[in-house]
Design a protein around this ligand. Structure first.
Ligand code: ATP
Ligand code: MG
Length: 304
């Protein structure tokens, strides 16, 4: 198997997509600045970074729509995705909705199936399956221009899956999606993974990366700042946990004392110690998260 490596607990992993030292500028704006990463078969990989970090430019190069100024992109065993014959092995969902508004949802998927060279029966079956998967069966015959923003998003994702790709790249698939649809989308990503597909997912919401992704690349200013599992990133860059203790007031009566904040690498030990104290009423634990990782790495918040 090409590019195969032993990884983690004896799990057999193959590098399905490799970006090596890619650079891309638009005029004088450097969008991607020497970025390297690989995607392993069967994983959900999250590219996490703030607005303007270079996520979409990276995805554009990964799916062969943009040519790097320098560096290389390779789909394992196939070569550069700038070649159409290579590109058809992947499914790309762009950040901007890319649908024919005057056609129905079903017509959009049938048309894309035709572009991918699927026969009529396969096109029909795939379109029906995908509309079902993204919860649009009841609206299949309505024009896309009559869909809500969230429905258009869902169809945009279905459009990336028409040709049954093994590698799927989703660029901010939850932008402008309500919590219910967002949850359904998480389920879809999990289902794609359980079918053995590989998913690359960009977001600036750390909660999404934290919930969905096997590995995360934190990106800012066109560079990968850190890469690993969520737990690895938090352990390496997240900073300390905070244990907050509320104690009885000085009089020991109903009033509470001032909360005490304890920063620690070993929160369980602190909690056990505090819980054994007489007068401790309540203990709260805040563990570091990916937001803390980003803050540590850049001195800035992901949320701004
Ligand atoms: N077509 C373009 N022409 C000029 N500059 C561009 C173009 N596309 C992106 N840029 C610039 O390149 C940088 C990276 O943009 P990119 O869209 O890759 O970031 P992003 O991480 O996807 O951001 P967002 O979270 O807002 O989608 C930004 O400074 C952006 O302004
Ligand atoms: Mg983007």
């Amino acid at each position: 198997m090409r590019g195969a490596v032993w990884w983690g607990l004896g799990r057999y992993a193959e590098r399905v997509l490799t970006l090596r030292d890619v650079h891309k500028s638009y005029g004088s704006t450097v969008a991607v600045d020497g970025l390297s990463l690989h995607i392993e078969a069967g994983e959900v990989f999250g590219l996490l970074g703030p607005n303007g970090a270079g996520k979409s430019t990276t995805i554009g190069m990964a799916v062969g729509l943009l040519r790097p100024d320098r560096g290389s992109v390779e789909l394992a065993g196939l070569g550069s995705p700038t070649k159409a014959s290579v590109r058809r092995h992947l499914g790309a969902c762009p950040q901007q909705i890319a649908l024919y508004e005057q056609f129905s949802g079903e017509e959009n998927l049938l048309f894309l199936g035709k572009l991918h060279g699927l026969d009529r029966a396969t096109r029909k079956r795939r379109a029906a399956e995908l509309l079902e998967r993204v919860g649009l069966t009841a609206r299949a015959r309505d024009r896309v221009s009559a869909y809500s923003g969230g429905m258009q998003r869902r169809l945009n994702i279905a459009a990336a899956l028409v040709h049954d790709p093994q590698l799927v790249l989703l660029d901010e698939p939850t932008a402008g999606v309500d919590p219910h649809s967002r949850h359904a989308l998480f389920e879809l990503v999990r289902a794609l993974k359980s079918e053995g597909r590989t998913v690359v997912y960009t977001t600036h919401y750390m909660e999404e990366a934290q919930r969905l992704c096997d590995r995360v690349g934190v990106i800012d200013q066109g560079r990968v700042l850190a890469l690993g599992t969520v737990d690895e990133l938090i352990a390496a860059h997240g900073g300390q946990s905070v244990v907050t203790v509320l104690r009885d007031g000085p009089g020991g009566g109903a009033e509470e004392g001032e909360p005490e904040r304890i920063e620690t690498d070993d929160p369980m030990r602190e909690i056990a110690r505090v819980a054994a104290e007489p007068g401790a009423r309540e203990v709260r634990l805040e563990r570091p998260d990916l937001e803390g990782v980003f803050l540590h790495l850049t001195g800035r918040s992901l949320r701004d």
